[in-house]
Write a protein that binds this ligand. Structure first.
Ligand SMILES: Cc1ncc(COP(=O)(O)O)c(C=O)c1O
Length: 497
């Protein structure tokens, strides 16, 4: 048996570890059965051509993990009581039954790549290099080369010193206090949000906030009102948490309270008033007040998703619905994904004062708080004026790209589609006036070297009216016009389908 041990001097792993590992394998396979005596260390060292200390070290590791025991004066033995499988039965893969929640999550059917090598496939990235389109109207991406990485590096470095206490301790579950203070001041000044720093909680993103809110306040079968088209991830989260969804079609001014069917009561109303996602369009104050009145009557909470509200290209960003709330029923969601970068995985929620405590308690259970290092850097980024400067820069660069895209669409699209001209956000959604399936448009555009994105997943109503999304934040300026030209040529050839 021991002749089969093969130790390799040149391998990365130390010799003692190789010996330990091979003995362990033999014990687990039953080749060295419970109670078997291992060869004396001196003999095994000679047989393997290694120092005796190497064997002693390997035996010590086996003993520490409970595979062997040493009996004084008698030698080293495989532990008698190892409950090993009998024979060489093949492994029976463990397939646990999904919980009801797990089944509902599976039913959302969003493909999730879980690569274990390389840097991992990025969201929205084609599976193979060959599939990469020449012109990609990817949306929801940040335009990385205008982010001030030099400043960011300096801010991170400040907190990466060995004597910095904030890295040696768990942070506050509700978030890093200077960041909560900086956000409260920024949101009050820029977005008309009325809150104290104590109402701002730092989260890992909008999905975490929604999940916690569902777990805290939704009972099985409760209704949630959503917009259609709308935020598909929110639909799925509400569904996974057992909600019944009622979707209200939006128009150019967002969700019309008047269209909420009488008798529909809901625990949550999820809206994107600053810039309706994904259609585009802003909600005027009359509709906002009507929604607040509806929510008051129903005793519902309004979740205001303002993930891209800072990105307005014509005048000052709009003020938030939250600022009109007198009753503490609006929960305001903000994100850094679009204005800093998505991989940061930081966002924030402004809660009515009485909801802070339960929310933070729930967050303590599920993740113990967002990473302090990046929160501290973002706090300084805001307080030292970099954020305001970066936002001005983003608005200029994205505003120019949006203008190019909208202008090209106006000139080339003609009667074939309709889109919101709201000067905001990171994409334009085009409703196609064609009888073709949008999947066909997406496919044919890809064949022409242009990647556009289907609108159906964002619609509650099925079949969804054909639509496509074109992001402008990541598309190089000089290719926008060409991309639209190729897309509209594709559409022109599809009249007959
Ligand atoms: C409608 C909507 N809300 C919120 C978010 C923010 O999500 P996160 O905080 O996970 O970046 C996004 C991101 O794309 C979004 O599309």
């Amino acid at each position: 048996m021991m002749q089969q041990l093969t130790l390799d001097d040149a391998a990365d792993q130390p010799l003692y570890w190789q010996l330990y590992w091979q003995l362990r394998q033999r014990i687990l396979a039953g080749d060295l059965p419970p109670g078997a005596k291992l060869p004396p260390s001196r003999r095994l060292a000679e047989e393997c051509g290694v120092a005796r200390a190497t064997v002693i070290h390997a035996f010590a590791q086996l003993q520490a993990e409970g595979y062997v025991e040493s009996r004084t004066g008698a030698g080293t033995f495989v532990v008698d009581s190892l409950p090993l499988r009998r024979g060489r039965a093949t492994a029976v893969p463990c397939r646990p039954d999904l919980s009801h929640w797990g089944q509902r999550v599976q039913a959302t059917a969003v493909p999730v790549a879980t690569p274990v090598s390389g840097r991992g496939q990025l969201e929205g990235e084609p599976e193979t290099a060959a599939a990469a389109p020449e012109i990609d109207f990817g949306f929801g991406r940040s335009f990385s080369h205008i982010f001030p990485y030099d400043v960011w590096r300096q801010l991170l470095a400040r907190y990466l010193s060995t004597d910095d206490i904030i890295l040696a301790r768990y942070g506050s579950v509700a978030g890093f206090t200077p960041l909560r203070q900086a956000l409260a001041a920024h949101l009050a000044a820029e977005r008309g949000v009325r809150c104290t720093p104590g109402q701002v909680v730092i989260v890992s993103g909008a999905p975490q906030t929604l999940d916690i809110l569902c777990r805290l306040f939704l009972k099985r079968g409760d209704s949630v009102l959503v917009e259609t088209p709308g935020y598909a991830d929110a639909y799925n989260l509400f569904r996974a948490n057992g909600a019944h969804l009622t979707a209200i079609p939006v128009d150019a001014a967002g969700l019309p309270a008047a269209q909420i069917p009488p008798g529909v009561s809901a625990r949550f109303l999820f809206v994107t008033p600053s810039n309706q996602f994904p259609r585009g369009g802003t909600m005027p104050v009359a509709r906002r007040l009507a929604l607040l009145a509806w929510a008051r009557e129903q005793n519902a909470l309004i979740i205001e998703d303002d993930y891209d509200g800072e990105l307005r290209y014509d005048g000052h960003p709009l003020t938030a619905l939250q600022g009109l709330d007198e009753d503490g029923r609006v929960i305001y969601l903000g994100a850094f994904s679009k204005v800093l970068f998505p991989a940061l995985r930081l966002g924030y929620v402004v809660l009515p004062p009485h909801l802070v405590e339960p929310f933070v308690q729930a967050k303590r259970l599920v993740d113990r708080g967002a990473p302090t290092l990046t929160q501290a850097a973002v706090a300084d980024f805001i307080q030292e004026g970099h954020f305001a400067r970066h936002l001005r820069h983003l608005r200029q660069v994205y505003g120019e790209r949006r203008a190019l895209l909208v202008d090209a669409l106006r000139r080339h699209l003609g009667e074939k589609g309709q889109f919101s001209t709201e000067p905001a956000g990171l994409h334009v959604m085009v409703y196609l006036k064609l009888s073709c399936r949008e999947a066909e448009v997406v496919q044919r555009a890809a064949a022409a070297g242009v990647r556009v994105y289907p609108g159906a997943p964002y619609h509650f109503q099925q079949p969804a009216p054909p639509s496509i999304l074109l992001g402008f934040s990541g598309a190089p300026e000089d290719l926008i016009e060409e991309g639209v030209r190729r897309l509209t040529a594709v559409l022109a050839n599809m009249d007959a389908c």
